[in-house]
Structures are given as structure tokens and as C-alpha cells.
Design a protein around this ligand. Structure first.
Ligand SMILES: *Cc1c(COP(=O)(O)O)cnc(C)c1O
Length: 482
């Protein structure tokens, strides 16, 4: 990576783009921020965007578009069937992945629905390095079961393994043997493993998983929603890939797979999704579900303008200078936090900076949701909206017991090309302040708990009056500040 060196010796990431359209932000006073999070049921998903200063909830659908993407939107060919826009997208995907077939969907989870409907039956087992919330919901909804086969290092928030998203190959062999290949419709690789901190999988591990999967006659599928960051990490961290271009790495990854699906809300700087398929027969199993659930085969629920933007966005994703920005900002954040004793997931991954809430707030019980509490505290401290990725994001067992998540994280997502370094520095400052006063932060309990995907719309309340105490402390330390 050709990084710019500073005469001062400073090591900071440098934006390789300039801002040409801006959106004004507002920062409410701390007292109002506390009221807002209370009104939102202490769930950052339920905050109103107008009350948020730095929105680090997600990298989904909030990445900045380029001038070329905006220009491409103007030439979109609007047609229900046979749109030229669709064929441009199809050709681009074929060019980068080398797969012959493409089925469009309106976003990533819609692709998961199609895949689950086509392949998952009562009793099916889906092995994967790690689950994603929507993926698991579709599989379990149809009576299937997820088995997670990630290496042990992947579940430790610390450490310096460069590819914590890797499969444990022994676990994979044992899983296939125990369940029987006939009960495994496909094996799923998640690139840039979301829930453990955007941690990558290596090309070598993908090749090994591919060999074992195909020896057993099973289909191998990749969730490529977070492939962008993973490609960069393969390039940076895998010695054998140092001299390969991003395009070459992409193709080497794709060559091992039978199916690639993605959320274009992340992969491709747009809004949409789809499924790329190598084999015609496999495609046929899913094809007829597209018009039922998504829309006709040449749009699948996406607008033509979005499809044009994705086509250009995919090309930009193949540019190292474009895709390095996210991981470099995240690494900067993580390093500043480490210097100041704030516990974060290491090594830094993609998608966002992940704070280890279990270590940040060791006095809060797992069932009182440390990461969700920290998310509320970060909003009060700075109008910063992060996302809980821990026990609250788990679903209860059928008998009502609440499993404790393997890792308990507050994710501060870094939408691609959106924030400047001074905004990132502000976030770092407020989180360090919060860490200094971490003893003030208390837990949460549910007031309304939905039975599925409860983290999206569940409502909670603080246990005790810790939020008022936090506001008072803020006023003491920053008498004049917003
Ligand atoms: C976001 C995401 C999805 C779901 O995509 P949507 O477009 O939000 O529906 C699936 N898998 C992974 C790994 C993701 O990060």
C-alpha cells in the first residue's frame, strides 16, 4: 500500500478523495441527548437521525457515493424487463467474479431468504465460520441449524492473529462427518466476519475449506457483503498475495466458490444485493423465487439508478486506494484507544472499530447488556451512535433462556468515505472520557422484548439512575461544551 509519509513523522490516514456535497450535522446538548436515548427505549436503532451527531450505527447503505456513481445514475435505463442497466451490472459481476449467472435481490438478507428457501429444510445443518444475524434468522425459520467453526482465536477479542475469521479445518471435517454431507446443503464462508469485529479470512483458508467442501460434494457459498475490507486485508497480511492486485485476489477467492451473495449496501457502495452462481442447475433452483419475493429477473427489487451506481461502485472496490481508507481509519481509531487503555478488538478489522464492552464495563452482568449500555453511554457522551453486537443481538433459545454472546462489542462503524479525521478524533476523545468514568455506567433491562431480531426494535430502561449521573459528570468536566 502506497501510504503517504509525513515530514513530521506523524502516522495518520489521509483521505484520497475530496468532499463535494455536504450534509449539515447538529449536536444537541448532553441533557437533550440523554432525553433522546430515553425516548428511543435505550436502543440506538430507535434514535432519530436528526438527533445524532456522528452516526456510526452501520456501514450499510450509508457509504458515500462518488461523482462517477452519481453520473452513472443519470444514464439508467428504466424498464421492467430487459433493462440495459441490469446487463451492465451483470457483465461487471461476471468480469470480477467470473461466474456465469446473476440473480438480483433488493438487499443482502433478501438473497439469504432466496438461498434458504431453495436449500434449507427441516433438519438441515449449515456450517459456517460465524453466523450473521439475518442469515441465522432465515436458516432457523425454515428448521435448519447453524454450526460455527471459526478458529478459537476468532472468539477472543484480543490477540494478533491476522485472520481471525478463518475456519478451523479440523472442526469442519468433524462437522461434515458427524452430520453427514447429505444433511449439509451448503457451507457458508462469511468474508470480513461481521459479528466478531469485521475480521478477515485468508485466501489460503478459503482454498482449504473449498477442498474439504468439494471432496464431500457440498456446495461452497460466500457471503461477500464485507468482502471489500477482506480483500484489502488479504493484500496487506497474506505474504503470498502481496504482489497480487485487488482484482487478482478477488478472482482467486471467487474461483474457489460455487455461489457468492452480497449486500450492495456495503459491497459496491450502493443499495441492493444479489447472488452470483457458477452452475446453471444451481441457478435454476433459485431463479423462480426471484419474481415471487423480489421482482422481475432484471431488477430484483432494485431501482435502475441504484444498479448503475453499484456497477461503478464495484469497479471502485477493485481500487486499492479506495478500499484502504476504511481499514486505515479503523486502525487509527484502534491504536488511539489502545494507547489510552480503552479495550478494543485486535487486530483492527474492517467495517468499524469494535470496543470490548465486557472489559470496558466488567461490573455489568452479561444479562444486563454491557455493550448496549455502552452504546447508550456513548450517545450521551457525544451524540455518537454505535451498535450493540453482543448478548442483546442473540436470540433466546426455544425454552426462553438467554445465551450469552461469545463476544460483547460496541461497534463504531466507519461508513466508507463519509467521515473526516477530525470527526473520528472527536469520537475517540469522547470514548476516552467515557472510559475514565466507566464506573458510572450501569446496565439495562427489557421493557418490551420482541421474539425475533429483538435488537432492532426492543425497548429497554436503565437499571438505576446512572444516566443522570453521567450527564452531571459531563457538565462538571465540560461546563461550556455541547
Ligand atoms: C449486512 C449484512 C448482511 C445483510 O445485508 P442487508 O443488505 O443489510 O440485508 C448479510 N451478511 C453480512 C455479513 C452483512 O454484513
Amino acid at each position: 500500500m502506497a501510504q503517504v509519509q509525513f515530514f513530521s513523522g506523524e502516522s495518520i490516514p489521509l483521505e484520497m478523495h475530496k468532499v463535494r456535497v455536504v450534509q449539515k450535522l447538529s449536536l444537541l446538548p448532553v441533557e437533550q441527548r440523554q432525553k433522546c436515548i430515553e425516548e428511543a427505549g435505550n436502543n440506538t436503532f430507535l434514535l432519530k437521525n436528526r438527533d445524532v451527531f456522528i452516526d456510526m450505527l452501520t456501514d450499510s447503505g450509508v457509504n458515500a457515493m462518488s461523482d462517477n456513481q452519481m453520473a452513472a445514475m443519470m444514464i439508467a435505463d428504466d424498464s421492467y424487463a430487459g433493462s440495459e442497466t441490469f446487463f451492465r451490472l451483470e457483465r461487471k459481476l461476471h468480469e470480477i467474479f467470473g461466474m456465469d449467472f446473476f440473480l438480483p435481490t433488493h438487499q443482502g438478507r433478501a438473497a439469504e431468504n432466496i438461498l434458504a428457501e431453495a436449500f434449507v429444510r427441516q433438519g438441515s445443518v449449515i456450517p459456517m465460520n460465524f453466523h450473521f444475524t439475518t442469515t441465522k434468522a432465515h436458516i432457523t425459520r425454515l428448521g435448519g441449524r447453524v454450526e460455527e467453526l471459526i478458529i478459537d482465536e476468532g472468539l477472543r477479542p484480543d490477540g494478533n492473529h491476522p485472520f481471525k475469521g478463518n475456519f478451523d479445518l479440523e472442526k469442519l471435517r468433524e462437522c461434515i462427518k458427524r452430520n453427514g454431507a447429505e444433511n449439509i446443503p451448503f457451507i457458508r464462508i462469511e468474508a470480513g466476519t461481521n459479528l466478531i469485529g469485521g475480521q478477515p479470512i485468508s485466501l489460503q483458508n478459503i482454498k482449504d475449506v473449498s477442498r474439504i467442501t468439494h471432496e464431500n460434494g457440498i456446495l461452497l457459498l460466500m457471503d461477500a457483503s464485507l468482502l471489500q475490507d477482506n480483500l484489502f486485508f488479504i493484500h496487506e497480511r497474506e505474504a503470498a498475495c502481496k504482489h497480487m492486485s485487488i482484482r487478482e485476489i478477488t478472482r482467486a477467492v471467487a474461483d474457489e466458490l460455487d455461489i457468492i451473495y452480497f449486500s450492495a449496501r456495503k459491497f459496491g457502495f450502493g443499495k441492493g444485493g444479489g447472488i452470483c452462481i457458477r452452475d446453471r442447475k444451481v441457478c435454476e433452483r433459485m431463479k423462480e423465487l426471484i419474481p415471487v419475493f423480489e421482482g422481475f429477473l432484471t431488477y430484483g427489487g432494485m431501482s435502475v439508478r441504484e444498479m448503475e451506481a453499484i456497477t461503478v461502485g464495484l469497479d471502485e472496490t477493485m481500487d486499492e486506494q479506495v478500499i484502504s481508507q476504511g481499514p486505515q481509519f479503523i486502525e487509527f481509531m484502534a491504536n488511539e484507544f489502545i494507547k489510552n487503555g480503552v479495550p478494543v478488538v485486535t487486530p483492527p478489522g474492517g467495517l468499524g472499530c469494535h470496543i470490548n464492552a465486557r472489559e470496558f464495563l466488567p461490573h455489568i452482568d452479561a444479562h444486563e447488556y454491557p455493550a448496549a449500555s455502552l452504546a447508550c453511554a456513548a450517545f450521551i457522551a457525544g451524540g455518537i451512535r454505535g451498535m450493540e453486537r453482543g448478548t442483546l443481538s442473540e436470540q433466546r433459545e426455544p425454552d426462553g433462556t438467554e445465551p450469552v454472546a461469545a463476544v460483547e462489542l460496541l461497534r463504531l462503524a466507519v461508513p466508507r468515505r463519509v467521515f473526516t479525521l477530525s470527526q473520528v478524533k472527536y469520537v475517540i476523545d469522547r470514548i476516552i472520557w467515557l472510559h475514565k468514568h466507566r464506573d458510572l455506567v450501569g446496565g439495562l433491562r427489557f421493557v418490551e422484548e420482541p421474539s425475533v431480531l429483538r435488537f432492532f426494535f426492543g425497548r429497554l430502561e436503565p437499571i438505576g439512575d446512572w444516566q443522570q449521573k453521567l450527564v452531571q459528570q459531563f457538565r462538571k468536566d465540560f461546563p461550556e461544551s455541547l
